[in-house]
Design a protein around this ligand. Structure first.
Ligand code: SF4
Length: 728
């Protein structure tokens, strides 16, 4: 195809030889873009394009989605055959599936018999299909029977889940992207939307061009998003809860709240009001580092809007008070009646493509379909449905991922099964994690890539299929269930995660008595049955209908909402025992590590648009690496001048946990006492992070650590060390 400039050097669009486009949902972030993968006549994936009639992305994809098909052809690092070794210092040997599965099952049985059922632990992901999550949950809860079973979503979404549950009685983001079209004010907390969720950002800015509602970004860093905002509140790191309480203070003090809504639909007002009375704007301004009138002004703009909306990501969640931050955002919405109507929502923007699927169906924190282990009726329903003795289920949830790893240190957990998660890069304090993994008697890693860093410590490696080498569903940030069709066959001898879980179940005596549907659609039909009449009702969905609609938002049942549901809580009835939402009194406790004379800088971490999480996939995509090739640090020029550090040179960052080498980018985007480093790179920023845990969600605070910075004299040596962090 030729474009423009007639006969003079016309631009050529390469013909990729696509003979068929196959429908799927992007396998990176939780935006949930509908994507089509182009297949050539040899059956190879050669192109990707956005789906024009999909409401989420309306034909667009971000840079990661555009090159998504490349993953099917990049086999570097992919797991081809199962691998096995006696000791982690031995060389891996290739083996067959029977041997790998029976070795794993034997080790699980040995550890459970020797040390107790919970001594074997399972940690999964937000990346596999909903049907796979459901099946893994059945295997973990109903067959293997360990209570130390969690997902890596504890590192990103656990505070949102916890905050929603504490405020509304249940998880489940109440709003949707369409709310942008109706809102009259948008608060964005700790979210650099253009880099994290570019298509949501595009949806937002597209609407904003048509009706110019106030956009207020709260972030210590002058992010790309902050640069687009009407107001940017560059608060001091870790002080969001103080700001939120102060906003509520002004709203109540100036009588801008909605007493009728509070009276009809909430409980706990008195205690909440007494607490926020202590957070006057003058005191809060000193803690937050912004002026008091800005706090008053934002509170007024939010409360006076006909419909107001909040979004947030890791700036709120990854904190020692992440759950409180989420609940405090919910408080603001409850006191102003900004829920359950168009343009009014507290919408957590999720991270991984199917973080919502694991929250709904994996049984990590309870039982499937937002059922809880603590509820006797829920245990009874699932035990009868699966054909398992109800006494086999624990009566309360076990450890979170961030508690499982310390439990390995203390010897409480002896064996671990990791599924599509890479703690050697993703967990804070890498040196400690390395020692922890070395202590395991048995580690099995199930991943599409055998070169993930964590696999260096495993005894068995199970090669899994990626994304569209299989079939199933993802749920996105706005509760939209969308489908992935089987685009390609799994690479080499890798298998779908569903197949692996089903085969593992057969290795256990208890697994012979529990039915495990073999096809993804069979599993989907099963979980639909379990969802009927519940908040997350899937019963009106089918694979065919999902594909035709380009995704359907739950709840969806045939009688009341066959097309799905855009918003929750439209009737003001919440999932608490009384049906009323909880207004929560949330005192601020400042327990973060803070800069001092030895470690004088705040270290902030975050994402870049080109990479996804630990770069297991994007580290292999050429264009992503060309745009973002190396770990770097944003540093304020004045701070750099004092340390004689120049733009483009390498510097050493050190904390009380470890050190890392990064390339310096001088910019005014960060304050003089703060630096920013992307978190994607191995042997880099998570060597430094402290990762204190939130008491409710157990999510780590990655964004507030104290570091020391020094100029490196031997730049050549530093360049080599920096290269280690981008070793893919
Ligand atoms: Fe994929 Fe997210 Fe990019 Fe959409 S915005 S193409 S879902 S990575």
């Amino acid at each position: 195809m030729l474009f423009g400039r007639k006969n003079k050097n016309p631009i050529k669009i390469a013909d990729k030889g696509v003979v068929e486009w196959k429908y799927a949902t992007c396998g990176y972030c939780s935006t949930g873009c509908s994507i089509e993968v182009g297949i050539d006549k040899k059956g190879e994936a050669v192109a990707s394009r956005g789906v024009a009639d999909a409401d989420v992305n309306r034909g667009k994809l971000c840079i990661k989605g555009i090159y998504e098909h490349e993953l099917f052809r990049k086999t570097r690092g992919r797991g081809n055959k199962p691998l096995i070794r006696e000791n982690r210092w031995d060389e891996f040997q290739e083996t067959n599936w029977d041997t790998a599965l029976s070795k794993t099952a034997d080790e699980i049985k040995r550890i459970q018999q020797q040390y107790g059922r919970d001594a074997f632990s399972i940690v999964s992901t937000g990346q596999i299909m909903t049907e796979e999550f459901y099946t893994l949950g059945k295997l973990a809860r109903g067959v293997i029977g360990t209570n130390n079973y969690d997902g890596n979503t504890t590192l990103c979404m656990s505070s949102a889940v916890s905050g929603y549950k504490r405020s509304f009685g249940s998880d489940g983001p109440p709003g949707c992207y369409e709310d942008f079209e109706h809102t009259e004010c948008l608060l964005a907390f700790g979210s650099n939307l253009p880099e994290q969720h570019p298509i949501i950002y595009w949806r937002l800015m597209d609407v904003r061009e048509k009706h110019n509602f106030p956009l207020i970004v709260i972030d210590p860093r002058v992010t790309m998003f902050a640069q687009q905002a009407d107001m940017h509140l560059a608060i001091n790191p870790g002080t969001d809860l103080v700001l939120l309480n102060a906003l509520a203070h002004v709203i109540l003090a100036e009588k801008l709240h909605k007493p009728e809504y509070i009276e009809a639909y909430t409980q706990g007002y008195q205690e909440f009001a007494e607490l926020v009375a202590q957070y006057d704007p003058v005191t809060a301004s000193k803690i937050c580092g912004i002026d008091e009138d800005t706090i008053r002004n934002v509170a007024r703009v939010f409360a006076k809007a006909g419909a107001a909306m909040s979004i947030w990501t890791m700036g709120i969640n990854q904190s020692t008070h992440g759950s409180d931050g989420v609940a405090a955002i919910n408080n603001l919405h409850l006191i102003t009646g900004n829920l359950g109507k168009p343009g009014a929502a507290s919408l957590s923007i999720t991270g991984q493509c199917n973080a919502m699927g694991t929250r709904e169906w994996s049984s990590c924190s309870g039982l499937p379909g937002y059922r809880s282990l603590e509820n006797e009726q829920d245990r009874k329903e699932i035990s009868e449905f699966w054909g398992v003795d109800p006494e086999f289920f624990p009566k309360e949830r076990g450890m979170f991922m961030t508690d499982i790893l310390p439990a390995i240190e203390t010897g409480e957990v002896k064996g671990l099964w990791l599924i599509a998660t890479n703690p050697m890069t993703s967990m804070a304090n890498t040196a400690r994690i390395r020692k922890t993994l070395e202590k395991l008697e048995f580690l099995v890693v199930q991943d599409a890539y055998q070169d993930v860093e964590t696999n260096q410590y495993s005894h068995v490696f199970l090669p899994a299929a990626i994304w569209a080498e299989k079939e199933g569903c993802f749920t996105n940030t706005e509760r939209r269930v969308n489908i992935i069709r089987n685009v390609c066959e799994p690479y080499g001898e890798s298998k779908t995660d569903l197949w692996i879980f089903n085969q593992m179940a057969k290795q256990f005596e208890r697994g012979q008595n529990v039915i495990f549907p073999e096809s993804a659609e069979g599993v989907f039909e099963e979980l639909k049955t379990l969802s009927k009449g519940r908040m997350l009702d899937y019963s009106g969905m089918s694979y065919e209908k999902i594909e035709q609609s380009r995704g359907i938002q739950w709840p969806c049942n045939e009688e009341q909402s066959p097309q799905g549901t855009q918003r929750l809580y439209t009737d003001g009835v919440f999932q608490t025992a009384s049906g009323k939402a909880n207004l929560l009194a949330l005192p601020f406790i400042d327990n973060n590590e803070r800069p001092d004379k030895d470690y004088p800088f705040w270290l902030n971490t975050g994402r870049v648009v080109e990479h996804f999480h630990t770069r297991t996939r994007t580290g292999k995509v050429a264009n992503g690496n060309k745009f973002s090739p190396t770990p770097y640090m944003e540093m304020n020029p004045d701070a750099a001048a004092e340390l004689n550090i120049q733009h483009g040179t390498y510097a050493r960052l050190s904390s009380r946990r470890g050190d890392a080498i990064v390339m310096v980018q001088l910019t005014q985007r960060v304050a003089k006492d703060t630096v920013f480093v992307p978190f994607h790179f191995h042997e880099c920023v998570n060597r430094l992070a402290l990762g204190l845990l939130d008491p409710h969600s157990r999510q780590p605070a990655y964004k507030q650590s104290a570091v020391h910075i020094e100029r490196i004299e031997n730049q050549q040596d530093a360049a080599q060390k920096n290269a280690m962090a981008r070793s893919y």
